[in-house]
Structure formats: C-alpha cells, structure tokens
Design a protein around this ligand. Structure first.
Ligand code: PHE
Length: 469
C-alpha cells in the first residue's frame, strides 16, 4: 500500500511473497557454503550456528519483515527511505546506502558463479564431464577467463561465456518484468522443482553403500563430521563470526533485501508467520537437505580429506563434488541434477539482490522501474566484467567472501537491529509485527532484539579484535 514516493507494486499472493523470500534465502549459501563450513569446523559448527540462528537470525528476520511493511505504509520501499522515516535524521540514509551496495556487489560475483553451475549442468547433460581426470585443474581452466589461451576466443558454444550471458539475460528479463510478473512468477515454479531435486539427491545419498575399499565410510560416519561436537573449537571467536555470517548470508538478512520485499506487502498481511515460514524453509534446506546430502557423500568418497577439501564453497562445488559424482553409480545424471539445482537456487537468490537499489532509484531519484533496472543492468555488466577479468583465482574469491560475508554483513545487521530496537523503538516495531500476525510472537523476542542480539554481535567482534591483537 505504498502511498508516498515509493513504488506501487504489490505481491500477487501470500504464498508468492513467501516463496520469493525463501527463494532469495535458499541459494549457494545453503548447498555449498554451509556444508563447507560445517565440514571444515568438523562437529563444532552446529553449536554456534544454532545459537546464531535463534539469537540473531530469527530476531533479524522479524525485524526486517516488520520494518519493511512499516516502511511500505509510510510510502517507502528502500532501506534509505525507511531509515529516514525511522529517524528523521539526515545521517541515517548514509548507513542505508552501504546496506544497499553490498547486495549489488554480491550480485556481480553470484551471477558469475551461477553461470558456472549452468555450465556444469550442461556439460553433465552432454557427457562432457566424463573422463576428466583432474577436476581441480579442470575447474580453474573452466573459469580461467583470463588464462593464456583464454576461452573468450573459443567457440562460444563451448565456452563458459555463453552461460554467463544466458544467466545475465535471464536475470535481467525477470527483474525487468517486476516483482509480481518476474520474481514471484519464477520462484513459484523454480522453488518446487528445486525442492523435488533436493529430495531426490537426498534419497540417492542415503541409499548409497560405502565404497568397497572403505566399508567404514558409511552415511552415518559421514554425519559425524557435522554432528559430533568438538567443544575445544568453540574458544575460537572465528567460528562464532563465521556462524553468524552464515546465518545472515543464508537467510538473506542484514542487507535490506527482506526489508524491501516486505515493503511491497499489504498493510495487514501477516509478517510474523510468513517470516518464520521462510526462515524455517531455509534452515531445513540447509541443515537437512544440504547437510545430510553433501557432507556424507563427500566423506564416503573422499574420507577425512573432506575437512580440508570442502574448506571453500568453490572447491567443494566445482572441484570436489565432481569427483564424487564420478565414483557414484548414476553419477552423470546426478551431477546434472545437482548443478541444475544449484543454478535454480542461485537464480532465485540473484533475483532479489537488485531490489534494494531499484527501490532506491525509484523513490529517491524518481526513476521509473524499467529505467532503474536497465541502469543497474549496465552497472552490473561492467562490474561483473571486472570480476570475471580479475577474479580467475579461487583465493581472491575467498578473501572477498570473507570481507563481504563474514565482516560486512554482521556489521550491517547490527545497524539494522539498532535502528529498529532503539531509533524506531522496539515497541513500535512490535505493534507492526503483531498486526495481522497469524502466530503469537512472544514478548521476550523484544528483549532479544533490543539487547541480546546486538550484544551478541558486539561480543563476537570484540573477541575477534582481542584474539588478533
Ligand atoms: N541467501 C543466499 C544464499 O544462501 C545468498 C544471498 C545473499 C541472497 C544476499 C540475497 C542476498 O545463497
């Protein structure tokens, strides 16, 4: 019900907005980043992860859903407008600007990685992944856009460039069509397909028998990597930071995506249950569908090496898992299914990342939606070009991932929590959250939002500074 300078767009249906938010949340973070982190920290990760989900994730989810719908009612859709409406201060919008730029940066990388997923799916489907003997060099060559015999000059139908173009154009078209006719429509079809593929993968993995030469590597033994707690690692503040970063990244919270999405809701639409549903859907996909699939299968075929080789999402997805598919019965087919799943999950996420700046261009600068999308299309093509040109190394990707995901996002989430808890006022926020709510939201969540979640975040940062001194 935007009535101010904001957009007049609204979601089509309640299920549509939940699917779009869940689509934004479920992505490469669930299927690659989470299993990678869990296996790397072996068994210790789930403790800070679950705590971060309950003490940070859920509170921020509700903050963003209710702040967004509140903002929409004031006539604002962008985080900048909403921060301004909350504080009436000239300073607040600057904080919002950072929040808006982070997802645009993530977009440029994410589209690039999504295109590798599509490329891999295509290569599995057409039998080109058979007989590769070293996936580590294969992956580097494949994404080695700037390698000596750069594929840019190869036959375009064999080069990853074509997949990057396809991914880019697909995103552009869907975003251009708008919230209802683009994002909502795509998520409505892609999310169920994604869920079915993930269940098939899970069924496949749970019925696999261990390799003949290593009968002790059962599914259950593999799960120990995620579930046998190792309390010693908890003394390292890094595990806490990475757990918080993962919870934020995975739920798509901390950078104004859900705020913007929720601003397109109608005045009395439920936000409490919708937020909980989307967050649980994301958690289920991450811990059950991805956790029970990727960690055991990685362990079965790679043994203890899983904890090193799964370290980064990139290595896990594009170098380690193809080895697994090679050894697994029906591996070519499941390889195709898996990378297609990743591609769908990635696109439903990228669709959300440009919405914060689109909302800002529309309401702040009075640019029409189509012009805003076109402008962002240009900016991101150029940005993505830079990423492609300079980022052929997985190491650079990991460094950027650390700064953008583990550092910037928890900081932005802290800003959002403080704006809501202290500037808007948690009471006012809760009036909004409870209006039209289909579930009761317990009062102690207010205490979490105002005191516990910010303190938790500050403590993590303090611990990090302390140990690095
Ligand atoms: N939540 C997505 C994932 O888990 C990533 C994402 C980040 C989506 C930022 C939107 C914005 O992969």
């Amino acid at each position: 019900m935007a009535n101010g300078p904001g957009s007049s767009e609204n979601w089509g249906t309640r299920a549509g907005v939940i699917l779009a938010v869940t689509g934004s949340a479920v992505g490469l973070g669930n299927f690659l980043r989470f299993p990678g982190l869990a296996a790397e920290w072996g068994g210790a990760f789930m403790i800070p992860y679950v705590l971060a989900f309950l003490l940070l994730g859920l509170p921020v989810v509700w903050v963003e859903w209710s702040a967004g719908r509140w903002g929409g009612r004031q006539g604002y859709n962008s985080i900048i407008g909403i921060f301004f409406a909350m504080s009436k201060s000239r300073l607040a919008p600057y904080l919002g600007t950072i929040g808006m730029l982070i997802p645009v940066m993530i977009y440029m990388f994410y589209v690039y990685v999504a295109s590798w997923c599509l490329g891999y799916a295509w290569m599995y489907a057409t039998g080109q992944m058979r007989g590769v003997d070293n996936y580590a060099t294969f992956a580097l060559d494949y994404i080695g856009y700037t390698q000596d015999n750069g594929w840019v000059f190869m036959n375009p139908f064999e080069s990853p460039l074509i997949f990057l173009v396809i991914t880019f154009v697909l995103n552009f078209i869907l975003i251009y069509r708008g919230v209802t006719r683009g994002i909502e429509l795509f998520c409505k079809y892609a999310m169920p397909v994604l869920a079915v593929i993930a269940l098939i993968m899970l069924g496949r993995v749970l019925t696999l028998s261990p390799p003949e030469d290593a009968p002790e590597r059962t599914v259950l033994a593999g799960l120990g990597y995620m579930w046998n707690p190792d309390f010693a690692a908890l003394a390292n503040p890094m595990i806490w930071l990475q757990a918080a970063g993962q919870v934020f990244f995975s739920l798509s919270i901390g950078f104004a995506i859900i705020i913007t999405y929720a601003s397109y809701m109608r005045k009395d639409d439920d936000v409490a249950l919708s937020g909980l549903t989307a967050a649980s859907g994301n958690g289920f996909t991450e811990v059950v569908l991805a956790g029970l699939t990727i960690i055991p299968v990685g362990f079965m075929f790679m043994g203890d090496a899983i904890s090193e080789r799964l370290g980064s999402s990139f290595q896990l997805g594009f170098m380690a898992l193809p080895n697994v598919f090679d050894q697994m019965p029906g591996g070519q087919f499941f390889g195709f299914l898996f990378f297609f799943l990743l591609f769908l999950a990635a696109v439903t996420s990228t669709l959300s990342m440009l919405q914060p700046p689109i909302a800002f261009l529309e309401e702040g600068l009075g640019v029409g939606r189509k012009a805003a999308v076109t402008l962002l299309g240009f900016v991101t093509v150029i940005g993505c070009g830079f990423v492609v040109y300079f980022m052929s190394g997985a190491v650079a990707m990991d460094t950027i991932e650390f700064w953008a995901v583990d550092m910037a996002i928890p900081l932005l989430a802290l800003v959002i929590l403080l704006m809501y808890g202290w500037v808007l006022g948690v009471d006012k926020g809760f009036d909004e959250l409870r209006r039209g709510a289909e579930i009761p939201v317990p009062g102690f969540v207010m205490v979490l939002i105002k005191y516990v979640s910010p303190t938790f975040l500050v403590a993590i940062f303090a611990g990090l500074v302390y140990t690095s001194l």
